[in-house]
Write a new protein. Structure first.
Length: 165
């Protein structure tokens, strides 16, 4: 049976880490998402047979989903690294918020960019047996190892192509 801590297969994570140290290509990722308009502001997102709807009534919009992606990524990161440290988590949640102005989205001339100007988030962790050193390490992992956090903290080249029929 797998060695599970916080629902994480520790042996599998350690094995992947060992493989990645020998061959960095093991951890290369290049997902290709397909988003299809469903009408109004709703989109159906697909990746490998998994579907998600963003926008429209009752769903998170794209900007909220960006915050959700950061939060979910760091929950995964904290749970995984706590497991590698042998730290049991009783509760873990993240509160995230961001400020942006949507004037540019509406095509208002002279409006500044439509993206987030700032994002702040707080990780709430209940792990009674974690030491201050372990908590510090988990914070450092979020600051240095979060794929979504890293993506948000740097300029990423975007290549846009429009194919009109």
């Amino acid at each position: 049976m797998a060695d599970l801590i916080n629902g994480v297969d520790v042996a599998k994570i350690k094995q992947t880490k060992e493989q990645a140290q020998k061959d960095p290509a093991v951890t290369e990722r290049e997902p290709k998402i397909m988003a299809k308009w469903l009408g109004g502001s709703k989109a159906r997102i697909e990746l490998g047979g998994v579907f998600l709807e963003i926008g429209g009534d009752g769903n998170l919009n794209a900007m909220q989903t960006l915050l959700a992606s950061l939060s979910a990524c760091d929950i995964d990161l904290v749970a995984t690294h706590a497991a590698l440290l042998g730290v049991d988590i009783e509760e873990l949640w993240i509160e995230a918020s961001g400020r942006f102005n949507s004037r540019a989205y509406y095509g208002i001339e002279g409006a500044s960019g439509a993206g987030y100007n700032s994002i702040a988030y707080t990780i709430h962790l209940k792990a009674p047996k974690a030491t201050p050193k372990q908590i510090k390490y988990l914070r450092e992992r979020c600051e240095r190892s979060s794929p979504v956090g890293d993506s948000l903290s740097k300029a990423i080249p975007l290549t846009l192509e429009v194919k009109a029929e």
